[in-house]
Write a protein that binds this ligand. Structure first.
Ligand code: F6R
Length: 261
């Protein structure tokens, strides 16, 4: 695992976008796993800018989102399909037919989970997965005690996640209590992972996921099992890390990061 600490959240989002753009430039038909949430908004804004100024081309890229609320369709402003269309897909030159999320309106939930995992497999697996982390340590919507071997399935959200996300719903109680999510196993099958964590209120959970014991109580800690992970944090989110000096030293002294400094 490599840990990069940026001065502020803007720089962290910029670096994340640059790494994604570089991966696309190296592999124009990249299979890109995406996340939603407030942390990702500046990353998508940056990718939109880079696409508009010709620095990255999405024409050959396929995307797979981590999750979607059960019961919400593409026209619902709180659905993750709506979030992705409005923050990214409608603003870049990607083929809409190449953008995939679980279908929140699917009639058969089990079949939908099976379809999504099969689709990822059939299209060659995920090359690069972007992750955020929830206040309760979740990645995707893999709430505490999700198996590290889990595949796509429907999870009931924790009260903490409900509190974190219901602020976006009007009324807040209209937020669905269940969501489709790629499993921890699905996420670990991707070839590369970038996790972005920003803000003071994530400092504690960031330290648990990065340096704490491997435990399904903090599903984000599962990234410790992956061979190619970069965690990007801002100063605020990094404040509880014990090995901060080493991460900064490694970033400065590993030639592979020279182009990002
Ligand atoms: C959503 C997702 C979640 C979020 C997490 C953080 O697709 O994958 O795990 O990354 O809940 O959300 P924000 O960024 O809103 O704090």
């Amino acid at each position: 695992m490599e840990v990069i600490i940026c001065e502020n959240s803007k720089k962290a989002a910029k670096l994340t976008a640059k790494m994604i753009a570089n991966a696309i430039n190296e592999m124009p038909n990249l299979n890109l796993g995406l996340a939603t949430g407030a942390t990702m908004e500046p990353v998508y804004a940056e990718l939109v800018q880079m696409n508009c100024s010709g620095k990255v081309d999405f024409a050959g890229v396929r995307t797979f989102n981590l999750d979607e609320y059960v019961g919400l369709g593409p026209n619902n402003k709180n659905s993750y399909r709506y979030y992705m269309d409005s923050n990214l897909f409608d603003k870049i030159n990607i083929l809409k037919s190449s953008t995939h999320l679980p279908d929140g309106l699917a009639l058969d939930e089990n079949k939908e989970c099976e379809r999504y995992d099969q689709l990822i497999k059939k299209l060659g697996g995920i090359d690069l997965q972007l992750l955020g982390i929830g206040n309760d340590g979740h990645i995707g919507f893999n709430e505490p005690m999700s198996s590290f071997a889990s595949k796509t399935r429907v999870k009931v959200l924790t009260p903490e996640t409900y509190k974190q996300n219901s602020i976006y719903f009007n009324p807040p109680e209209s937020m669905p209590k269940r969501a489709y999510t790629m499993g921890v196993g699905t996420i670990l099958n991707s070839k590369q992972i970038i996790m972005l964590i920003t803000g003071k209120k994530k400092a504690n959970i960031a330290a648990q996921a990065i340096e704490g014991p491997l435990t399904s109580m903090v599903t984000g800690s599962a990234i410790q099992l992956h061979q190619n992970v970069t965690v990007i944090l801002d100063e605020d989110a990094s404040s509880n890390l014990k090995m901060k000096d080493y991460y900064n030293f490694a970033f400065k002294n590993n030639p592979k990061w020279a182009k990002y400094q």
